[in-house]
Design a protein around this ligand. Structure first.
Ligand code: AMP
Length: 208
């Protein structure tokens, strides 16, 4: 299956996209993760992306589109994929339509107050990119990744002022994609409140 996961920051896109990818045996392609790796490695793309990411804005379309085009050409994406965090603008959606057809677009939606709580409680593993939440999905041992034992960190853009900016960016630039995909008959809406497993069941239901 070729899927896109859409939703505001903090809706649980990454968590659900990873579960569905695992369930379907397809790669989860997170443009945020790829960009964070570029920033950590100090590549040219990373240097261009860093400021935008730290300010809660979007990395320019041409850079992200080219990065995603190259990723979708990798052999593991031939049999399907889940795009997590791409597209984020109409221009990106139009570029994506030229690269590949899609089977569905899952839109996770949640009340704005919940989005802030989810993001401020998020902890990430800098080595294997596993994601936790201090209240709803804590690691077995405090501050340590279950999978690879690395020390967990907080994303620099998960500070409250930046989260608010990211939600604003989402409303302005990404939310128009809901109508874009609804008009094309691809949109599947999922209410993203509740336990991870409950939301996963809802996602599977809309993908049947
Ligand atoms: P995420 O991990 O999906 O929340 O992405 C983290 C940050 O990376 C975003 O706030 C953006 O600055 C940048 N980013 C990720 N995906 C995209 C995209 N498709 N277009 C532009 N910027 C992106």
């Amino acid at each position: 299956m070729r899927l896109v996961f859409l939703g505001p920051p903090g809706a649980g896109k990454g968590t659900q996209a990873a579960k569905v990818a695992n369930h379907l045996g397809v790669p989860r392609i997170s443009t945020g993760d790829i960009l964070r790796r570029h920033v950590a490695d100090g590549t040219e793309l990373g240097r261009k992306a860093k400021g935008h990411m730290e300010a809660g804005g979007l990395v320019p379309d041409d850079l992200v589109i080219e990065m995603t085009r190259l990723r979708l050409r990798q052999p593991d994406a031939k049999g399907g994929f889940i795009l997590d965090g791409f597209p984020r603008t109409i221009a990106q959606a139009e570029a994506l339509a030229k690269l590949t057809p899609l089977d569905a677009v899952v839109n996770l939606f949640l009340e704005p107050e919940e989005l802030i709580k989810r993001s401020t409680g998020r902890r990430v593993c800098p080595s294997c990119e596993a994601v936790y939440h201090i209240a709803s999905n804590p690691p077995k041992k405090g501050g340590v990744c279950d999978r690879c034992q690395s020390a967990l960190t907080t994303r620099p853009d998960d500070r409250e002022p930046v989260i608010r900016k990211r939600i604003e960016t989402y409303e302005r630039q990404t939310a128009p994609l809901i109508k874009y995909y609804r008009d094309r008959g691809l949109l599947r809406e999922v209410y993203a409140s509740g336990l991870i497993e409950e939301i996963f069941l809802r996602v599977r239901e809309v993908l049947k």
